[in-house]
Design a protein around this ligand. Structure first.
Ligand SMILES: NC(=O)C1=CN([C@@H]2O[C@H](COP(=O)(O)OP(=O)(O)OC[C@H]3O[C@@H](n4cnc5c(N)ncnc54)[C@H](OP(=O)(O)O)[C@@H]3O)[C@@H](O)[C@H]2O)C=CC1
Ligand SMILES: O=C(O)[C@@H]1CCC=N1
Length: 268
C-alpha cells in the first residue's frame, strides 16, 4: 500500500515515523510531502522515507493520504491537491476542527477519515480518536486503524462531535499536563531546589502517579484519599485547590478547546 503524509511537522512526522514501520506498506516506503525546503533536505537523509517537494510526483498514485498541515493551510493545499486526486483514494485528516464535509466538498472526494491524534505519539504512547464518512469500508477503516496504532492506541468514535470533544481532552490534553508540570517546577524552584532536582522531583512524581493509576483499578479520587492524611499537608493543598475552583477551571479549559475545535470547523 502506498501511504503519503502531507505536512512533516510535529504530527505529520511523528505519524510518519510510526507508520513507516507498518507491514501494511509492504515494499513501499512511506511518502512524505512538505513545502519547507529545509525539512525536505533533512528528511531526504532518512532511509525509511521517500520525500517529495511537489505533489504531482507523490499524490496521484497514493492509496492513503494523511493530511497533517495546520487548519489555516488546508484551503490553499486542497486547491493544489484537487486536480491530482481520485475517488478511490482514502483521505485521513489529522487537522483540528476541519470537518469531513468540508474535506469532501473542497476535494470533491467521498472517502474521508477524520482523526484527533496527540503528541505522545512521538514516544509510541499516543491516543488517536477517529471517525469516518459513510463511503469508507470496514476494511479500509481497519487498515487505517492499524496504521494509527503504530503510534500508540486509538479509539473509534461515532460522530465528529466526539472528535472535537477528544481535541479538548487528549488532543490538547498533553499541554494541560505540561502546564501543571511547569507550575510544580516553578514552585520547586521557588522553594530553593536546583533546576536538576526540581525536574527529578516533578517528573518522578508524575511518572509514579501515572504508573499507580495504570496498574490499579482505582479512581484518582481514591488515590488522593490514600495520599492525604486527615489534617495533613496534602489536605492543605487539595483544600487550596478546591477553594480556588481548580477542578472547575480545568474543565472550563477543556471545554474551551472543545468549543474552539467546533469554531475552527466553521472558519474554513
Ligand atoms: N501538535 C499537536 O500536538 C497536534 C496537532 N494536531 C493537528 O495536526 C496538524 C499539524 O499540526 P503540527 O504538526 O503541530 O503543525 P506543524 O506546523 O508542526 O506542521 C505542519 C507542516 O506542514 C507544512 N505545510 C504547510 N503548508 C503546507 C502545504 N500546503 N503543503 C505541505 N506542507 C505544508 C508546514 O511547513 P511550514 O512550517 O513551512 O509552514 C509544516 O512542516 C494541525 O492541523 C493540528 O490541528 C492535532 C493534534 C495534536
Ligand atoms: O492546538 C491545536 O489547535 C492542536 C490541536 C490539538 C493540539 N494541537
Amino acid at each position: 500500500m502506498k501511504v503519503l503524509v502531507i505536512g512533516a511537522g510535529n504530527m505529520g512526522l511523528t505519524y510518519s515515523e510510526g507508520m513507516a514501520t507498518s507491514p501494511l506498506l509492504s515494499k513501499h516506503k512511506l511518502r512524505i510531502y512538505d513545502t519547507d525546503p529545509k525539512k525536505i533536505e533533512v528528511l531526504s537523509q532518512q532511509p525509511e522515507f521517500n520525500v517529495f517537494d511537489n505533489l504531482e510526483d507523490c499524490l496521484p498514485k497514493a492509496d492513503v493520504v494523511f493530511i497533517a498541515v495546520k487548519p489555516f493551510h488546508c484551503e490553499e493545499l486542497f486547491k493544489k491537491m484537487k486536480p491530482l486526486i481520485n475517488n478511490e483514494q482514502l483521505f485521513v485528516s489529522l487537522m483540528a476542527g476541519v470537518t469531513i464535509q468540508l474535506i469532501q466538498d473542497q476535494l470533491d472526494v467521498k472517502k474521508v477519515i477524520r482523526t484527533m491524534p496527540n503528541l505522545p505519539a512521538q514516544v509510541g504512547k499516543g491516543v488517536t480518536s477517529y471517525t469516518e464518512s459513510k463511503e469508507v469500508s470496514k476494511i479500509e477503516l481497519i487498515m487505517v486503524r492499524n496504521l494509527l496504532d503504530t503510534t500508540g492506541t486509538s479509539i473509534h468514535v461515532d460522530t465528529e462531535n466526539f472528535i472535537d470533544a477528544s481535541t479538548g481532552i487528549s488532543g490538547s490534553g498533553p499541554a494541560y499536563v505540561f502546564y501543571f508540570m511547569q507550575s510544580m517546577l516553578e514552585a520547586a524552584l521557588k522553594m530553593g531546589f536546583s533546576e536538576f532536582d526540581s525536574k527529578v522531583l516533578v517528573s518522578s512524581t508524575f511518572e509514579g502517579a501515572i504508573e499507580l493509576f495504570n496498574q490499579n483499578d482505582i479512581s484518582p479520587e481514591s488515590w488522593i484519599a490514600r495520599v492525604a492524611s486527615k489534617g495533613g499537608t496534602t489536605q492543605a493543598a487539595i483544600d487550596s485547590m478546591e477553594d480556588n475552583n481548580v477542578k472547575q477551571l480545568i474543565q472550563d479549559a477543556a471545554y474551551s478547546a472543545f468549543n474552539r475545535a467546533i469554531e475552527l470547523g466553521k472558519e474554513y
